[in-house]
Design a protein around this ligand. Structure first.
Ligand SMILES: Cc1cc2nc3c(=O)[nH]c(=O)nc-3n(C[C@H](O)[C@H](O)[C@H](O)COP(=O)(O)O)c2cc1C
Length: 165
């Protein structure tokens, strides 16, 4: 699948088949994440891949709007060292994961991490020092549900040539 198609057809998926994902595919998706741009090329990120069912259930229980992590075969957690632009950098890496996964026919949903009161609990659960900030958790798996209609603003509503108005 080409990049434009993957970007245009990606939608959040919250219902997954139980089918596992080959390790090589997961590694290639993380490879796409680590190639994301970052301020001063600091690459502040660390990616923790969770496949263990019990651990995913515990993660799901900690989140408020990420309960479906319990039933996604994989959860990728993105942490960043607390640099000035950690959130932008970690978000760029997160988006690369969503797009790369779509290109592999996989579904994803970005679950909030940064600013959430449960962030430090996720650090503790996966044994990563608190100097790493939780940016996002990504549920990953082969989609069971059909992607919902996108409900996006039209291009003409958001594009401005030369001036806002
Ligand atoms: C920063 C951020 C945090 C999000 N957190 C959650 C979340 O906690 N739970 C969830 O179900 N979806 C979460 N989402 C997914 C959004 O709900 C979703 O992207 C949005 O509704 C647009 O739908 P689409 O992804 O299908 O285009 C998050 C997305 C972003 C960018």
């Amino acid at each position: 699948m080409d990049a434009l198609k993957a970007i245009k057809e990606r939608r959040s998926i919250r219902d997954f088949n139980e089918q596992g994902i080959p390790k090589g595919v997961i590694e290639d998706i993380i490879d796409c994440a680590r190639l994301a741009p970052s301020a001063n090329n600091i690459q502040p990120w660390e990616f923790v891949v969770i496949t263990d069912r019990d651990l995913r259930k515990r993660i799901a229980d900690i989140t408020d709007y990420g309960k479906f992590i319990a039933t996604s075969p994989v959860c990728i957690i993105i942490f960043c060292k607390e640099t000035k632009y950690y959130l932008e950098d970690g978000s760029a890496a997160t988006e690369n994961i969503l797009i790369a996964a779509k290109a592999y026919g996989l579904g994803t949903c970005w679950v909030a991490g940064d600013k959430k009161p449960y962030a430090s609990q996720i650090n503790e659960l996966v044994n990563i020092p608190l100097k790493f900030k939780l940016v996002s958790l990504i549920a990953l798996g082969y989609p069971k549900e059909e992607a919902k209609p996108h409900g996006k603003k039209a291009l003409k509503e958001v594009i401005h040539w030369e001036k806002y108005q």
